[in-house]
Design a protein around this ligand. Structure first.
Ligand code: ZN
Length: 272
């Protein structure tokens, strides 16, 4: 009968449609498992990460992914005591400390103007650093007519203990850690660091010093005499200190020039 045939064809058609539908559902769900949103995002993110790695490698920094993913110790964690405090390139920071007994053997009083105009302020530096500081101050005056003033040089371990404690009691530890070193961690204990300022900021150790003629000249010329601005602007998370345009560290002219030309911090120079 004709109507029975029609019914059979309809049933067949439905069956075929059903099969097609089932196959499509299966392949769609399969597709979703392979490239569901989160996976796609992961893939995208990891390609971004490797792109960043490549870019950094091109710039000569952070070349390996392994290094990037390794946990770096936080400040004041995994502290290493430096072996040779007398080295010109000694690294003293929040992870490298000088022994509490370390004292430089060749401290001298550099012949430079100091805040208050008085040389009896006990601003000592190691001999080589003192010699070059004198050259730096003289050249600033002769080349640019600028008068620099020294404010703070060598500090003993015990002095730093007292200083840091005072800052902690005044401002709390978190704030104190941003501008003051814990004892053993101060570059001033090396005898190679000096704080320099000028009358244009009333002899203060102020961030404003960086904007004065003296501060700008220092930024552009200190390396000629072996000094670097140790705590750079914008590098606070790496150095662990706020920008300090007044804090000079003696490293020798070769290292200072390379650090200055590459806009590096000391850690970058030592790790290259
Ligand atoms: Zn300083």
């Amino acid at each position: 009968m004709k109507w029975m045939e029609l019914v059979r064809k309809r049933i067949e058609l439905k069956f075929i449609l059903g099969l097609v539908l089932m196959v499509s559902v299966l392949s769609v769900s399969n597709y979703l498992t392979i490239s569901g949103e989160s996976d796609a995002k992961l893939l995208e993110d990891s390609s971004k990460v490797s792109q960043v790695q490549e870019d950094r490698a091109k710039d000569g920094e952070n070349p390996s992914l392994e290094e990037e993913t390794q946990d770096k110790p936080g400040f004041y964690e995994n502290i290493v005591t430096v072996a040779d405090g007398d080295a010109t390139l000694v690294l003293v920071n929040k992870n490298y400390a000088l022994d509490s007994n370390y004292e430089p053997y060749d401290l001298v009083l550099p012949n430079v103007l100091t805040v208050g105009g008085n040389r009896n302020q006990s601003i000592y530096l190691r001999e080589e650093a003192a010699f070059y500081l004198e050259q730096l101050f003289t050249t600033a005056r002769e080349e640019a007519g600028l008068i620099l003033l020294a404010r703070s040089g060598y500090r003993s371990y015990d002095t730093q203990v007292a200083l840091y404690q005072r800052y902690v009691s005044e401002s709390g530890q978190e704030a104190a850690d941003k501008f003051s070193a814990r004892a053993g961690h101060s570059e001033h204990q090396t005898g190679l660091a000096i704080d320099v300022t000028s009358d244009s900021v009333d002899g203060d150790l102020s961030i404003l010093f960086g904007e004065t003629n003296e501060g700008i000249w220092l930024k552009e010329n200190a390396h000629r005499f072996g000094f670097i601005i140790r705590y750079l602007e914008g590098r606070e998370s790496e150095t662990g200190y706020q920008y300090e345009p007044w804090h000079l560290r003696y490293v020798g002219t070769e290292a200072a020039t390379e650090i200055y030309e590459n806009n590096w911090i000391l850690e970058q120079y030592l790790n290259q």
